[in-house]
Design a protein around this ligand. Structure first.
Ligand code: ATP
Ligand code: MG
Length: 148
């Protein structure tokens, strides 16, 4: 599966993410890539909206791990993890965060700056690549399911 969308506003990015989020199931990992300000956090925000997450999603730049309580389509509680690895210096810090919880659990996990996962990158994952377009508010979002 590969989907590529061009968006021209935050609202459009959120809408793309909301549609994508309907595919997500417990245990799924979403690895996000792209430059600073390319829209990764806005994408997570849109996905969380579709998963009925209670907390508002803010950029977790100063807090590496956020947890939100969402609900699946059947209304059952669902934990959502939102990890931002921008500031980590070494993959060891991911162990300290307790990665078993957000990679081995029953929730859905979003990882910004997934490039930093190194060998911890899960073999089955959705990749979301965000990039700048031509105009100020243009972005492209490529979503791909990887099963290694
Ligand atoms: N089409 C668009 N989609 C998403 N964001 C957009 C768009 N156009 C403009 N923006 C702006 O770009 C910024 C995207 O910020 P966001 O925090 O989502 O980026 P990020 O990729 O998470 O960056 P970081 O690497 O710092 O975490 C916001 O300020 C948003 O208002
Ligand atoms: Mg971000």
């Amino acid at each position: 599966m590969i989907v590529e969308e061009a968006t021209q506003s935050v609202q459009e990015t959120i809408a793309v993410a909301q549609t994508f989020a309907r595919l997500l199931r417990r245990g799924d990992i979403v690895a996000l890539y792209g430059d600073l300000g390319s829209g990764k956090t806005q994408f997570v925000k849109g996905a969380c909206k579709a998963l009925h997450a209670a907390a508002s999603v803010v950029s977790p730049t100063f807090v590496i791990l956020h947890r939100y309580e969402g609900r699946d389509s059947a209304g059952k509680e669902l934990l959502i993890y939102h990890v931002d690895l921008y500031r980590i210096q070494s993959p060891n810090e991911i162990y300290d965060l307790g990665y078993e919880e957000f990679f081995g659990g029953e929730g859905i996990t979003f990882v910004e700056w997934a490039d930093k996962l190194g060998a911890l990158l899960p073999k089955r994952r959705y990749e979301v690549h965000c990039a700048y377009g031509e105009k100020e508010n243009d972005r492209t979002i490529r979503i791909e399911l990887i099963e290694e």
